[in-house]
Design a protein around this ligand. Structure first.
Ligand SMILES: Cc1cc2nc3c(=O)[nH]c(=O)nc-3n(C[C@H](O)[C@H](O)[C@H](O)COP(=O)(O)OP(=O)(O)OC[C@H]3O[C@@H](n4cnc5c(N)ncnc54)[C@H](O)[C@@H]3O)c2cc1C
Length: 485
C-alpha cells in the first residue's frame, strides 16, 4: 500500500488529490492536509471584491467531497518535512498542526511514500511597510480579503454619490510582486462599475506596477494576434486602459503605504508619493515557511527550498545573465532534486528566474514583475505529478513519463472587464508557450499562431462559464475528470 500525502487543497493540490484518488485502487491512501476547510476558486475573488459574487459562490467545504471520494482530509497546516524520518524511525513524515477543529493546535506526524507540496503562496504583505488589509491597503487575493475590500469599496461609491471625488490606486504593492493580471482585472472591473453607476465625474483611477511597461504581466510582455495584426501586449493593455479611463505608472516599486498615501521609487531612481482614497495592491509571494530536517534533525531547509521559501525542483537554478536564460531552465516534472519521492507544484515550486528581464532602479532597488503563477499551469502540474506517482506506484519503477514545462505549455488568461450576460466584457489572451522560447520561435519568442488577444462580450461568457465549470470539477461531480485544467 502506498501513502500519497498532499499539502494544500488549492488548484494544484486538489487536482492532484482527485486524480491520484481516481487512478489508484482503494488499497492505497490519498491524504490531503490543508488549513482551510474550504476550496476557493481564487480567480472569481475579483468578482467578490466588486460585489458581483458572494463569498458563498466562490467556495465550498472540502470535507464532504473528500469523504465521498475516499480521500483522507486533515484540516491542519504542514510545519516541517522529514524526508529521512528521525532517530525514532526511518519512515518519512510531515509534521502537521491542526487548526480550528476539535483537535486545534494538536500536532501529528503524517507518514508518506510520496509527498506533493502544493501549499501555494504566503501573501508576503510584510515585504512592504504598511501594505495589506490589516494595514493601509486592500487585497483580493483570498475570499475574505475580497469581501472586506468590497465593503470598503461601497463606502467610496457612497461618497461619490454624495459628490465627493475618490482616487482609486490599483496594482502591485512591491518591486518584486507578481499577479499583475489579477490587479489589471480588478482595475477594469472598478472602472466598469463606476461607469455603470454614472459616477465617472467623481473618479480617478491610477494603475501602479513594477512592470517595465504596461502589458508586461511578468512574462516579458508578448506579441499577440489581434484582429489579424500582431500587436505587443503594451499596445493592447494601453488601449484597454485608455478606453476605461485608467492612468498608469509603471516601473515602480511601492515602498511604503500609509493611510491615504503611498511612497514609491521608479526605475529612474526618483521617489514619489501618490495619494489615494482606496488602494488594492497585490503583495509579493513567498513560500509558506515549511522547514525541512534530515534524520539527525539537522535543518536542511536551505537544501530543499530557495531563499524565498519556495521548493526547489528539477529546474536549472544556476545563476546566469538574462541573455543566457533558456526555455530548458524551467522544470518539467517538479521533482525535488534531493528526494525522488517529493514534488512541488503550483505556486509552491521555485521558478529558476523571472521571465521578464530583471531590472533595478538607479539606486539598485529591484523592480521586476516576477513570473505569473496562474491557475491552468498549476492544475496541469498537479495532474502530471499525480499521474507520474500513480504510474510509479503501479509499476514499482521510477518512471516520470508525464511532463509540464511552462516553456512548453500555453496559458489562457481571461480578464473580465465588466459583468452581465449582455453588457459584460472580457479581454482574452492566450500565450504559447508561457515562457518564451527564443531558440524555437526566434521572431516573437512564442508561437504567434496560438498567442492571441481579443476583447469582447464572448470573453465574459467564457469567464463565467469557466467559473461554474471549474467549481463543478473541483466538487468531483459526475464525469468531473473529463474537464481539462
Ligand atoms: C485575485 C486573483 C485572481 C486570479 N485570477 C486568475 C485567473 O483569472 N486565471 C488564472 O489562471 N489564475 C488566476 N490567479 C492565479 C491562481 O489563483 C493561482 O495560480 C492558483 O490559485 C495557484 O494554485 P496553488 O494550488 O498553487 O495555490 P493556492 O490556490 O493558493 O492553494 C494553496 C493551498 O495550500 C494551502 N496551504 C497553505 N499553507 C499550507 C500549509 N502550511 N500546509 C498545508 N496547506 C497549506 C492553502 O490553504 C490552499 O489550500 C489569480 C490569483 C489571484 C490572487
Amino acid at each position: 500500500m502506498a501513502k500519497i500525502l498532499i499539502l494544500g487543497a488549492g488548484i494544484a493540490g486538489h487536482t492532484a488529490a482527485l486524480i491520484a484518488r481516481r487512478k489508484l485502487g482503494k488499497s492505497h491512501e490519498v491524504i490531503v492536509v490543508s488549513p482551510n476547510s474550504n476550496y476557493q476558486w481564487v480567480p472569481s475573488n475579483i468578482w467578490v471584491g466588486i460585489g458581483l459574487m458572494t463569498v458563498k459562490q466562490v467556495i465550498f467545504p472540502l470535507a464532504p467531497v473528500y469523504k465521498r471520494t475516499g480521500i483522507v482530509f486533515k484540516q491542519a497546516k504542514a510545519i516541517s518535512i522529514h524526508p529521512e524520518g528521525d532517530d525514532v524511525s526511518a519512515k518519512q513524515y510531515v509534521q502537521i498542526q491542526y487548526v480550528a477543529t476539535d483537535k486545534k493546535d494538536q500536532t501529528e506526524k503524517v507518514e508518506y511514500d510520496y509527498l506533493i507540496n502544493a501549499t501555494g503562496p504566503k501573501l508576503n504583505f510584510e515585504a512592504t511597510e504598511g501594505l495589506g488589509p490589516d494595514k493601509n491597503s486592500f487585497s483580493v487575493c483570498t475570499y475574505d480579503h475580497a469581501a472586506h475590500t468590497w465593503e470598503q469599496l461601497q463606502k467610496c461609491f457612497a461618497k461619490m454619490e454624495n459628490g465627493e471625488k475618490q482616487h482609486f490606486v490599483i496594482g502591485t504593492g512591491n518591486g518584486m510582486a507578481t499577479c499583475q493580471g489579477a490587479a489589471f482585472e480588478y482595475a477594469l472591473n472598478i472602472a466598469f462599475e463606476i461607469k455603470r453607476r454614472k459616477l465617472l465625474n467623481y473618479a480617478e483611477i491610477t494603475w501602479i506596477s513594477n512592470e517595465y511597461e504596461l502589458g508586461d504581466f511578468g512574462m516579458g510582455g508578448a506579441y499577440v494576434k489581434q484582429g489579424g495584426y500582431v500587436t505587443p501586449t503594451k499596445i493592447f493593455a494601453e488601449s484597454i486602459f485608455k478606453e476605461y479611463g485608467i492612468n498608469w505608472i509603471v516601473g515602480s516599486a511601492v515602498q511604503k503605504v500609509e493611510p491615504g498615501v503611498l511612497s514609491y521609487e521608479n526605475l529612474a531612481g526618483e521617489y514619489h508619493k501618490l495619494e489615494f482614497d482606496f488602494s488594492m495592491l497585490i503583495p509579493p509571494f513567498a513560500g509558506v515557511g515549511l522547514k525541512a530536517y534530515n534524520r539527525k534533525m539537522e535543518d536542511i531547509t536551505s537544501t530543499m527550498f530557495a531563499p524565498n521559501g519556495l521548493m526547489k525542483v528539477d529546474a536549472d537554478y544556476t545563476p546566469k545573465p538574462f541573455e543566457e536564460w533558456k526555455a530548458s531552465d524551467w522544470p518539467k516534472t517538479y521533482i525535488s532534486p534531493v528526494y525522488d519521492n517529493i514534488f512541488a507544484v503550483g505556486i509552491a515550486f521555485a521558478p529558476p528566474h523571472t521571465i521578464s528581464k530583471p531590472m533595478t532602479s538607479k539606486n539598485g532597488t529591484p523592480i521586476t514583475a516576477t513570473a505569473p503563477r496562474t491557475g491552468m499551469p498549476s492544475g496541469v502540474m498537479g495532474r502530471i505529478v499525480a499521474l507520474n506517482i500513480v504510474e510509479q506506484v503501479k509499476s514499482g519503477t521510477k518512471t516520470l513519463r508525464h511532463e509540464a514545462s511552462m516553456a512548453k505549455m500555453g496559458a489562457a488568461c481571461i480578464v473580465s472587464a465588466g459583468y452581465g450576460i449582455r453588457r459584460g466584457k472580457a479581454a482574452v489572451m492566450t500565450v504559447f508557450p508561457i515562457v518564451q522560447d527564443w531558440e524555437k520561435y526566434p521572431k516573437w519568442g512564442r508561437n504567434i499562431g496560438y498567442t492571441v488577444g481579443e476583447i469582447g462580450l464572448a470573453g465574459h461568457w467564457m469567464k463565467l462559464f469557466m467559473h461554474y465549470m471549474f467549481i463543478y470539477k473541483a466538487k468531483a461531480l459526475p464525469l468531473w475528470w473529463m474537464i481539462p485544467e
